[in-house]
Design a binder for this molecule. Structure first.
Ligand SMILES: [Zn+2]
Length: 336
């Protein structure tokens, strides 16, 4: 991909397209924001035969080979069955010594570098410390804290940030015409990868189910009614599954945050834009402190889900913790 088409993180893009890639670098930041894509584009740019400098020509033999992942001087290492193992890193240690076959530099990109086994990571320490002049190594990781400190200290760090909603929307409008760019961008949490993978046909009915539950709870405050709704399909089956409850909690959090944004008069930050009228109505009947309590408890429920509390119990307890607004006499005082 041409660098001029790269979305977001323009400071890093600008720095690296003009200057030289350090001998060993580490690209960190959330998943799906283009770290690996940029590493591959920079690798292609380094070897582009056009030589004009700041972007790929996409026409020369080098660019063509790079685009189909078949350039002899560009190597991409990725986990096989969840791990990057020592065999792969031994290959890197060996290959890194060779001069470029046809390009200016040899580029080695280690994607999801945090999946390197201890052995694999230890085996490249010396290479990272003193890579040959004709080679560059780029580690890519969304979870850099899982890397050995000795790996991190040998690389120059480039920290990528989540994209803003407008950047994602523009990208989607250019690449997925006809799709609901506005809504996808809102749900994407700063990641083009998430925006592209998002299955709106599945997510929106789940979201609507949570909005209905939330609305009914705020109006009726009846645990009986809530319990009955949880007994209806597909909720009845879903609430037995940890993954599904976690997903519903995520959707509830987005709804809770939307209510918060409406209350503090920042409606442009609302994610569930297609339901904004219903959210506005709901928001009128509840207080800011109730919303904050709800968000706090959703977060706690998520922690419980991850720590093996029964998912159904976890989901139902969340509502008990947050009685409807009318019965919510004053703010709950919490120790933080
Ligand atoms: Zn080229």
């Amino acid at each position: 991909m041409r660098l001029e088409n790269f979305v977001g993180n323009q400071r890093i893009v600008g720095l690296l397209r003009r200057g030289r890639l350090p001998q060993a670098s580490l690209f960190t930041g959330p998943e799906g924001i283009g770290k690996k894509t940029l590493a591959l584009s920079l690798a292609a740019l380094t070897n582009c035969k056009d030589g004009s400098g700041t972007d790929l020509c996409e026409k020369c033999s080098s660019c063509v080979k790079a685009a189909i992942g078949n350039h002899p001087d560009i190597s991409l290492f990725q986990p096989q069955k969840h791990f990057i193992r020592i065999d792969a890193m031994r290959e890197l240690n060996r290959e890194v010594r060779f001069r470029p076959f046809e390009g200016r530099l040899r580029l080695f990109i280690i994607d999801q570098a945090e999946t390197m086994t201890h052995e694999a990571a230890n085996s490249i320490l010396k290479t990272l410390e003193e890579p040959p002049e004709t080679s560059r190594i780029v580690l890519v990781s969304a979870f850099p804290h899982r890397l050995l400190p000795t790996i991190r200290s040998r690389c120059q760090d480039f920290c990528f940030h989540p994209l803003d909603r407008k950047e994602i929307r523009t990208y989607l409008e250019n690449h997925l015409p006809g799709e609901d760019a506005e809504l996808r961008a809102a749900f994407a949490d700063g990641s083009i990868g998430t925006a592209l993978e998002l299955n709106l046909e599945e997510t929106l009915p789940d979201r609507d189910r949570m909005l209905e539950l939330l609305t009914s709870w705020c109006r009726r405050q009846s645990f009986e009614i809530l319990y009955r709704k949880c007994e209806e399909q597909p909720l009845r089956s879903d609430l037995k599954k940890r993954e599904r409850v976690r997903h519903y909690l995520d959707l509830l959090q987005l709804l809770g945050e939307d209510l918060y944004f409406l209350q503090v008069k920042t409606p442009d930050r609302v994610v569930n834009r297609d339901r904004i009228t219903d959210l506005e109505k709901l928001s009128e009947g509840i207080s800011l402190s109730w919303i904050k309590d709800l968000l706090y408890d959703i977060d706690r429920s998520r922690w419980e889900i991850d720590h093996y509390v029964n998912p159904l119990m976890c989901f139902e307890t969340l509502w008990l913790m947050n009685p409807g607004e009318a019965s919510n006499a004053g703010n709950r005082h919490r120790q933080v």
